[in-house]
Design a protein around this ligand. Structure first.
Ligand SMILES: [Zn+2]
Ligand SMILES: [Zn+2]
Length: 167
């Protein structure tokens, strides 16, 4: 009984991360196709800086409230897993966006910091992923661009990962 509840919780958590990254990709791509928040996004490209982790988190998390409850239609375990997954996804996406604007050298979970390159190369058709580059690879919009880090990752202190603008 407990085992199944935990399994449902874990699967729902992973589904939330999967959906979160897919929605992130599709919405960002739609923005560049002029379908959604086009002007706001064009301004973001001009300014080329992020709003601080909390502001970013709100942008990812608040739209997610529309579906955050959906796992409870299946079971309590799935409901908790999905809701936590939405929260964790929004937290990580906000961090990834902020970090790629402030210090892309530190994006250790990707071969290259795709969102930084998306801005830096003024890309309107490539590298829409922010937390992951998986969907760019699936949909053929991944663009390999040489990225020269300012410093080697090993030369950064662990504390550098926390030195982003949080608020
Ligand atoms: Zn963009
Ligand atoms: Zn950005």
């Amino acid at each position: 009984m407990i085992f199944w509840a935990c399994l449902e919780c874990l699967v729902a958590f992973l589904i939330a991360l999967f959906i979160g990254t897919l929605v992130e990709y599709l919405v960002h791509r739609a923005m560049h196709a002029g379908k959604f928040l086009h002007k706001k996004h064009a301004k973001h490209h001009q300014a080329n800086h992020a709003q601080g982790w909390l502001g970013e988190f709100k942008d990812y998390f608040l739209p997610g409230l529309v579906i955050i409850w959906v796992g409870f239609l299946y079971s309590i375990g799935a409901g908790i897993g999905f809701a936590v997954g939405c929260f964790v996804y929004a937290s990580l996406a906000a961090y990834s966006h902020q970090l790629q604007h402030e210090n892309p050298d530190l994006v250790f979970w990707l071969p290259r910091p795709v969102h930084h390159l998306h801005h830096h190369g003024k890309m309107w058709h490539h590298n829409f992923g922010i937390l992951v580059d998986f969907w760019d690879r699936v949909f053929g919009t991944y663009k390999k661009v040489d990225y020269e880090p300012k410093k080697k990752r090993g030369d950064y202190k662990l504390s550098s990962y926390f030195k982003i603008r949080w608020f």
